[in-house]
Write a protein that binds this ligand. Structure first.
Ligand SMILES: NC(=O)C1=CN([C@@H]2O[C@H](COP(=O)(O)OP(=O)(O)OC[C@H]3O[C@@H](n4cnc5c(N)ncnc54)[C@H](O)[C@@H]3O)[C@@H](O)[C@H]2O)C=CC1
Ligand SMILES: CC(=O)C(=O)O
Length: 323
């Protein structure tokens, strides 16, 4: 399928681009488009549940001027592209491209990879590795070649291992290859704490760190509610709280994805918002703190992916780097 900037239905009706030239004549002496205006381009590879949740959140949050979608299934891809384009009247203006051909991704600022197998109910994320590894061999070099200055963000599972694989395959500096990490786990953690305390999750600071999913670690000392470090406050005030409650919350965070997958077959909305929040922080230089997957050290023979517990997503300005 060819890259398509817009739905082809007008062309199919015999109405060509000359119509636009007649209706929309250039305004005399109007300012030409600024040569310094930089357009933000985001690519999402994998137009499945996760890819489309990310795409639609990016659109509604006005994070990109150009959104390009790539998938191996041409009908699904074109269907998703048209469906999003048909919402143009309700959204900030974004050019949406879709193709199986990676040329559509050229010049992206951020490439997000969601393609690949997903868990069936009860299956672990690590069980997906072999299937998704071979897919990455075809996806990552294409992205790296066409957007050599981009940030590569891995979402496909197992996300931490595949972030390492993507770094190796891309040849990018390690600070330009990240995984969505435990940003989602932390959001689930914040939701559960907020739900228990009956407060707004946005007023709860709390981080899950380590590997996304089963072995993620709750940073209990990181919890603060309305700025109050809650556990040390309770201890200082000698207020009793059930230690088992903490275990229950941590277990509920880890079980969250399994429960959603058992109930609806996949998870999508929360990861969509999680990745959009990362995209905003990176592209808009928000200087927010997110727990992501990032290679921390690559200096020995036994290089392993290691995660930042609190990676600070710093400016893209100038260097296109995360630090
Ligand atoms: N890191 C995280 O927090 C999360 C990660 N995930 C992971 O995201 C991945 C995608 O999940 P879903 O979207 O639910 O799966 P899905 O099955 O709905 O979508 C996968 C898409 O990848 C496409 N695809 C397959 N091979 C491809 C290739 N070589 N090139 C381009 N596209 C290809 C398929 O056609 C399909 O549209 C899974 O690995 C899942 O485990 C899901 C939720 C959260
Ligand atoms: C599927 C997955 O990794 C999640 O929702 O956490």
């Amino acid at each position: 399928m060819k890259s398509s900037p817009s739905a082809s239905s007008l062309k199919d009706l015999g109405i060509g681009p000359e119509l636009a030239t007649h209706f929309f004549k250039p305004i005399d002496r109007s300012a030409p488009p600024s040569p310094t205006k930089r357009h933000t381009k985001i690519t999402v590879v994998g137009a499945g549940n996760v890819g489309m949740a990310i795409a639609q959140t990016i659109l509604t949050q006005d994070l990109a001027d150009v959104l390009s979608l790539v998938d191996a299934n041409p009908d699904k891809l074109r269907g998703e592209m048209l469906d999003l384009q048909h919402a143009a009247a309700f959204l900030p203006r974004t050019r949406i491209l879709a193709s199986e051909d990676y040329s559509v991704t050229t010049g992206s600022d951020l490439c997000i990879v969601t393609a690949g197998a997903r868990q069936i109910p009860g299956e672990s994320r690590l069980g997906l590795l072999q299937r998704n590894l071979s897919m990455f061999r075809s996806i990552v070099p294409e992205l790296a070649r066409r957007s050599p200055d981009s940030i590569l963000m891995v979402v496909s599972n197992p996300v931490d291992v595949l972030t390492y694989v993507a770094w190796k395959l891309s040849g990018f500096p390690s600070n330009r290859v990240i995984g969505s990490g435990t940003n989602l786990d932390s959001s689930r953690f914040r939701f559960l704490i907020a739900d228990h305390l009956e407060v707004n999750a946005q007023d709860v600071q709390a981080y899950m760190v380590g590997e996304h999913g089963d072995s993620s670690v709750a940073l209990w000392s990181s919890i603060s509610v309305g700025g109050v470090p809650i556990l040390s406050f309770l201890e200082k005030q000698e207020i009793e709280y059930e230690k088992e409650l903490l275990d229950k919350i941590r277990k509920a965070v880890v079980d969250s994805a399994y429960e959603v997958i058992r109930l609806k077959g996949y998870t999508s909305w929360a990861i969509g918002y999680s990745v959009a929040s990362l995209a905003r922080s990176i592209l808009r230089d928000q200087r927010r703190i997110h727990p992501i997957s990032l290679l921390a050290r690559a200096s020995t023979a036994s290089v392993k992916i290691r995660r930042f517990s609190s990676a600070c997503l710093r400016s893209l300005a100038g260097q296109g780097c995360l630090g």
